[in-house]
Write a protein that binds this ligand. Structure first.
Ligand code: ADP
Length: 483
C-alpha cells in the first residue's frame, strides 16, 4: 500500500480483503447454450491483474464461427422457449439470478477488483449491489410490459448483441442483460478483453439458475469478436458501451440494416461549482467525480469549472484532499484509487499528462508513492488551461482533472457545452432556480445537482452528441429492447 505523505496527521494500516475463497479456472471457454465450449479458433488470451501484472486466467478468443454458434443458440432459444414464456415466468428467472448474485456478492466484488483494478470499496459498495439491483428492478417489469407501454402492444426485438467496456464489467453486463431478458429478448454478450471474469462468473449463475439454454450466451474476445457480433445478419439489436471511435464504426456497419441500436460512448463532463456552493461537499464531489475509480467512468467530471471568487479556496482544499487519497492495492479497504485497468490505458493517460505540460498548463500531482509493480497513476490536476487545450477537449479516462474559472452563468454554460460530448454534468449551488436553469441549458444526458456519479436502476442514463444515443436504466432502458 502506498502511503500518503507524512504531512498528514493520520495513517491507516493495510486492511486487505481476503482472496482465499476465490476459485478461478485456469482456462475459460465460451458460454453457449449453457455449456462451456472451446473456441473453434483454438485461441486464448490472458486476463491479468493490473495491480500485480499476474495472469489470472486464460480466456477464449471467439471468432466469427463461434459468434455464429452463439447467435444460433440465442435465436433457437428465442423462438422455441423464451418468446413463449409468460412475463411472470421470465421475471422469476431474473429474480433468481439477482438473488444468486447477491449470495455471491463478496466473490464478485473481489474478482472485479482483481481483474479490473478498482478499489474493493467501489466494487463491494457500488458495482455489485447496483448490478444486483438492476436485475431486481427489471425482473419487476417482466410481467408488466403492457402497463409500461400502454396501448402499444410491446413485443421483444429478438436476439440482442451486447458489447461492453472494462470500467464497470459486471454492472455493464447487468445493465445490458436484465432489461433485454425482461423485455423477452435473448442475448449474446461480449465483455471487454481485459475484464471478462465477472461476466464468466455470472455465466455460472445463469447456468445454476436453470435459465433455459441459449437465452444468455457469453462470448469473450477482442474487437474482432465484437465486430463479428455487430456484423452478424441474425442480430436484431446492438447495445454498445465503449469509445466514440468504435461507436462510429458500429453505426457505419449497421447503417442500412434493420438492426436497432443504443450507443453509450465517451464523455468529457463538466462539474460546475458556484460561489454559494457548500465548498467542502463540492470538493468531495469533485474527488468522487474524477479520482475515485481512477477516472475510469464515462461520465467522469473531468472538466471542473469554478466561479472565480472561490477558485483559490476550492483549489487549495482540493489539493489538500488529493494528498489524503490512498493510491495502491485495490484489495485494501483503505484504497481510494486502485490500478489503471491496463498498460495501454496507463500509457494513454501518461501521454495526455505530457501533452498537458507541453500545452503550457500548470500541473499538480499528489505526492503519494505509487507501487513499483502494476499500473498506477497519481491523482493529477491541471490549471491554467484554456478551452482549446487538448486535455480539456479529449477524453482521457484517467484520474486527470482540468480546472477553469468563470464569472457568469452564461459564460459557464457556453464553456461547459463547448465539447463534442454530452454525457453528464454536475452543478453545485445553494440556489434551486439556478440548478433548474442549468439543467435545461447544459447539453448533457444527466445533470447531477449537489452530488455526482449517483446511479439508480430506475433512472435513465445516456448521452447527447458524440456521447451516443438511447437510454439505459428505468423505463427508457426497457423501451430500448421492445418493438
Ligand atoms: P475502450 O476504449 O473503453 O476500451 P472500446 O470501444 O475500444 O473502448 O471497447 C469497448 C468494447 O468494444 C470492448 O468489448 C471491445 O472489445 C469492443 N470492440 C472494440 N472494437 C470493436 C469493433 N470494431 N466492433 C465491435 N466491438 C469492438
Amino acid at each position: 500500500m502506498a502511503k500518503p505523505t507524512d504531512t498528514l496527521e493520520w495513517n491507516y494500516s493495510p486492511s486487505l480483503e481476503s482472496t482465499n475463497h476465490i476459485r478461478l479456472k485456469q482456462q475459460y471457454g465460451l458460454f453457449i447454450n449453457n455449456e462451456w465450449v472451446a473456441p473453434s479458433s483454438k485461441k486464448y488470451f490472458s486476463s491479468t491483474n493490473p495491480a500485480t501484472e499476474e495472469v489470472l486466467a486464460e480466456i477464449a478468443w471467439a471468432n466469427e464461427a463461434d459468434v455464429d454458434n452463439a447467435v444460433k443458440a440465442a435465436r433457437k432459444a428465442y423462438e422455441t422457449v423464451w418468446s413463449k414464456l409468460s412475463g411472470a415466468e421470465r421475471g422469476k428467472y431474473i429474480y433468481r439470478i439477482a438473488r444468486m448474485m447477491q449470495e455471491r456478492a463478496r466473490e464478485f466484488a473481489v474478482i472485479e477488483s482483481m481483474d479490473c483494478g478498482k478499489p474493493i470499496r467501489e466494487s463491494r459498495d457500488v458495482d455489485v449491489p447496483l448490478a444486483c439491483n438492476h436485475f431486481f428492478y427489471y425482473a419487476g417489469w417482466a410481467d408488466k410490459l403492457a402497463y409500461a407501454m400502454p396501448h402499444k402492444k410491446p413485443e421483444a426485438l429478438g436476439v440482442a448483441g451486447q458489447i461492453i467496456p472494462w470500467n464497470f464489467p459486471l454492472l455493464m453486463a447487468a445493465w445490458k442483460i436484465a432489461p433485454a431478458l425482461a423485455a423477452g429478448n435473448t442475448v449474446v454478450l461480449k465483455p471487454a478483453e481485459t475484464t471478462s471474469l465477472t461476466a464468466l462468473k455470472l455465466a455460472e449463475i445463469i447456468k445454476d439458475s436453470g435459465l433455459p439454454p441459449g437465452v444468455v450466451n457469453i462470448v469473450t474476445g477482442h474487437g474482432d469478436t465484437g465486430a463479428a457480433i455487430v456484423n452478424h445478419p441474425d442480430i436484431d439489436k446492438i447495445a454498445f458501451t465503449g469509445s466514440t471511435n468504435v461507436g462510429k464504426i458500429i453505426q457505419r456497419a449497421i447503417a442500412g440494416t434493420n438492426k436497432k441500436s443504443t450507443l453509450e460512448l465517451g464523455g468529457k463532463s463538466a462539474n460546475i461549482i458556484f460561489d454559494d456552493a457548500p465548498i467542502d461537499q463540492a470538493v468531495e464531489g469533485i474527488v468522487n467525480g474524477i479520482f475515485f475509480n481512477q477516472g475510469h467512468v464515462c461520465c467522469a467530471g473531468s472538466r471542473l469549472f469554478v466561479q472565480e471568487n472561490v477558485a483559490d479556496l476550492v483549489i487549495k482544499k482540493l489539493k489538500a484532499r488529493m494528498e489524503s487519497l490512498y493510491v495502491g492495492n485495490p484489495l485494501d479497504k483503505n484504497t481510494d484509487i486502485g490500478a489503471i485497468n491496463s498498460k495501454e490505458q496507463l500509457e494513454t493517460i501518461e501521454k495526455y499528462i505530457r501533452l498537458g505540460k507541453e500545452e503550457g498548463a500548470a500541473i499538480y500531482q499528489s505526492a503519494c508513492e505509487i507501487p513499483s509493480k502494476g499500473y498506477f497513476c497519481r491523482p493529477t490536476l491541471f490549471t491554467e488551461v484554456s478551452q482549446s487545450h487538448r486535455i480539456t477537449q479529449e477524453e482521457i479516462f484517467g484520474p486527470v482533472l482540468t480546472i477553469q474559472t468563470f464569472r457568469t452563468i452564461d459564460e459557464v454554460i457556453q464553456k461547459a457545452n463547448n465539447t463534442p460530448f454530452g454525457l453528464a454534468a454536475g452543478v453545485w449551488t445553494d440556489k434551486g432556480s439556478r440548478i433548474f436553469n442549468l439543467t435545461t441549458k447544459l447539453k448533457a444526458g444527466v445533470v447531477w445537482a449537489n452530488t455526482y456519479n449517483k446511479f439508480d436502476p430506475t433512472s435513465p442514463f445516456g448521452g447527447y452528441k458524440e456521447s451516443g444515443f438511447g437510454r439505459e436504466g428505468g423505463l427508457h432502458g426497457l423501451g430500448a429492447y421492445l418493438k
